[in-house]
Every structure is written in structure tokens, then in C-alpha cells.
Design a protein around this ligand. Structure first.
Ligand code: TYD
Length: 144
């Protein structure tokens, strides 16, 4: 396992379903490792689309493909890893300051995203070179 695989966390949610169907519950600070302040969902993307392509100074995320499938590529500036989201009971937790791209959406993909922060465009790093610079500076500060 590479170092980067320790930087995100695959989550498995219990199914409280019965003969009436499935029921999956996620609660902040329980199955989700933060207090949930923001929920959004992405659908109608297809396998030609690449979304994300940013890192966040403060936002953490949990991504769940509640229908269909997609892939998430995470990048810490040194290594990359690809996670396939393809079950409604599976999620991935992404901490702040991890570069991410979502792609390869199935036509029926509904990608639910939970975050610990309200939307603030100023905490999004959308330039990969700037991301590398910030990561580099942070690491050199930690070395002091
Ligand atoms: P964008 O960050 O490009 O979405 P993704 O991360 O899925 O690629 O967001 C698209 C637009 O929506 C952009 O103008 C910002 C806006 N937006 C909000 O206003 N609030 C949000 O929580 C998000 C995720 C996006």
C-alpha cells in the first residue's frame, strides 16, 4: 500500500433495510467523520467529463455514489490513487489539502457529496502548480 492510501478512508455504511427495501443512514460525527454543513450532488455527467480538479484549504468531503458509479483520483503532490465508487453503501472520506478529480461517471451516476464546511470559493485551490507550491511550503515549514 502506498503512502497516499493512508490519506483517504473508504467507509462502509450499514444497511437498515428490510423486505420493503434498503435504508442507509449516515450521520455527522458518526458514520461521517465530521459535522455535516453542506450537501451537494452531481448527476447528468458522463464518461467524457472530469470534475473536481481542486484541493481545499479547509473542506473535507465524503463522496457516495448513491446510484451508478464514478471514479475519484486523489493526488497528494507525490502519488496518485484511484478509488471506484460503485455501491450506495460505500463512501470515501477525503481530508483537506488532497487534490481530487471525479471522472468516468456512469450515465445513471448520482454522486452525493457531504462536507464539513459551507461553500467558500476562496478556500478552493484550482491551480495544480499553486497546490504543489502550498504543499511544498507546508512540508518545508514542518521540517523546521
Ligand atoms: P465546481 O467546484 O466546479 O464543481 P466540482 O467540484 O463538482 O467540479 O462548482 C461548479 C459551480 O458551482 C461553481 O461556480 C461553484 C458552485 N458551487 C457552489 O456555489 N457551492 C458548492 O458547494 C459547490 C460544490 C459549487
Amino acid at each position: 500500500m502506498s503512502e497516499i492510501d493512508n490519506k483517504y478512508q473508504i467507509l462502509h455504511f450499514p444497511d437498515l433495510g428490510d423486505e420493503r427495501g434498503n435504508l442507509v443512514v449516515v450521520e455527522g460525527e458518526q458514520q461521517i467523520p465530521f459535522n455535516i454543513k453542506r450537501v451537494f450532488y452531481i448527476y447528468g455527467s458522463d464518461d467524457t467529463v472530469v470534475r473536481g480538479q481542486h484541493a481545499n484549504l479547509r473542506s473535507e468531503f465524503v463522496l457516495i455514489n448513491v446510484a451508478g458509479s464514478s471514479k475519484v483520483k486523489v493526488d497528494d503532490g507525490k502519488e496518485t490513487s484511484i478509488i471506484e465508487l460503485n455501491q450506495p453503501r460505500m463512501g470515501v472520506y477525503l481530508p483537506k489539502m488532497l487534490w481530487k478529480e471525479m471522472y468516468d461517471f456512469s450515465a445513471d451516476s448520482v454522486l452525493l457529496v457531504l462536507s464539513n464546511e459551507h461553500y467558500d470559493s476562496s478556500e478552493y485551490i484550482r491551480d495544480y502548480d499553486e497546490y504543489l507550491k502550498i504543499i511544498g511550503n507546508k512540508e518545508s515549514r514542518e521540517d523546521l
